[in-house]
Write a protein that binds this ligand. Structure first.
Ligand SMILES: Nc1ncnc2c1ncn2[C@@H]1O[C@H](COP(=O)(O)OP(=O)(O)OP(=O)(O)O)[C@@H](O)[C@H]1O
Ligand SMILES: O=c1ccn([C@@H]2O[C@H](COP(=O)(O)O)[C@@H](O)[C@H]2O)c(=O)[nH]1
Length: 237
């Protein structure tokens, strides 16, 4: 099969893991998402994953109002570690071999982030799940995806989220919003399109690392993206 990419950095929405639930990890949903990832791994694509934490805790969530921001952000990063472990376990159930590397030291739980080891795992066909974002408060897992994507020389950062691309405005709030097929980093930043934060967009722009945004709920969407077929929105220089 013709593949557009050999190595991808997949940013998985934490919130998407909730499925129809109000909070946490929905088992059927995570299994569905893992089946989509397993299909591209079996085609020989090297897959690194950065997982979000919005289904459990965000530093800027209403529940964190009044908290010290850095403390709330560390809680958010720990939420991503829980998601990473759940993802690894779901992969294990379908015989996809993966390794979790954490940006925060949690030595009983996950190995630390070591770039060289991550590269070796990818070359061996193992999925690498990067947990705990960048390891620093005041950032997001979108920025972690851009950072890790650049570090491992991924050919693209793919944001698998709840919406099927980038729109002229938030489609959950504005029913008249229209979806872009392609746009430039400058357009995304200047128009403040919000689907990805400006720090992540700027880093990808400076590293000339394209971003694809597509729906994690659309069956086969990830496979279509890795085959280079039209899907979602692409952001390039
Ligand atoms: N211009 C826009 N185009 C598309 N989506 C937008 C836009 N502006 C805001 N959004 C919102 O951005 C959301 C996706 O980004 P968000 O960072 O909230 O989630 P995520 O990164 O997928 O999840 P998590 O933070 O849990 O990992 C969408 O659900 C959508 O409602
Ligand atoms: O590098 C990072 C990454 C994340 N955080 C905190 O974790 C939560 C959850 O991540 P999402 O990207 O929102 O899914 C985020 O709200 C931050 O509070 C961080 O501090 N540093």
């Amino acid at each position: 099969m013709k593949l557009a990419y050999q190595r991808i950095l997949l940013k998985l929405s934490g919130e998407a893991l909730m499925g129809e639930d109000a909070y946490g990890i929905n088992r059927a949903t995570i299994d569905r998402i893992v089946a989509e990832i397993a299909a591209v791994v079996r085609q020989g694509v090297q897959v690194a994953v950065v997982i979000g934490g919005g289904n459990i805790f965000r530093g800027l969530a209403p529940g964190a109002i009044g908290m010290d921001r850095a403390t709330a952000d560390y809680m958010g990063m720990l939420a991503t570690v829980m998601n990473a472990l759940a993802l690894q376990d779901a992969m294990r159930r379908v015989e996809v071999v993966s390794r979790v590397q954490s940006a925060l030291n949690l030595e009983q739980v996950a190995e630390p982030y070591i770039r060289g080891k991550a590269l070796r795992y990818l070359e061996e066909g193992k999925v690498v799940i990067f947990a705990a974002g960048t390891g620093n408060p005041f950032f997001t897992t979108d920025t972690a995806a851009a950072l890790r994507g650049a570090e491992i020389s991924a050919e693209v950062v793919l944001k698998a989220t709840k919406v099927d691309g980038i729109y002229t405005d938030d489609p959950k709030k504005n029913p008249d919003a229209r979806r872009y097929l392609r746009l430039t980093f400058e357009e995304a930043i200047v128009n403040n399109l919000k689907v990805m934060d400006a720090t992540a967009l700027t880093l990808c722009r400076d590293q000339n690392l394209p971003i694809g945004v597509f729906s994690i709920f659309k069956p086969g969407a990830l496979m279509r993206v890795v085959r280079g077929e039209p899907e979602g929105t692409f952001v390039t220089n």
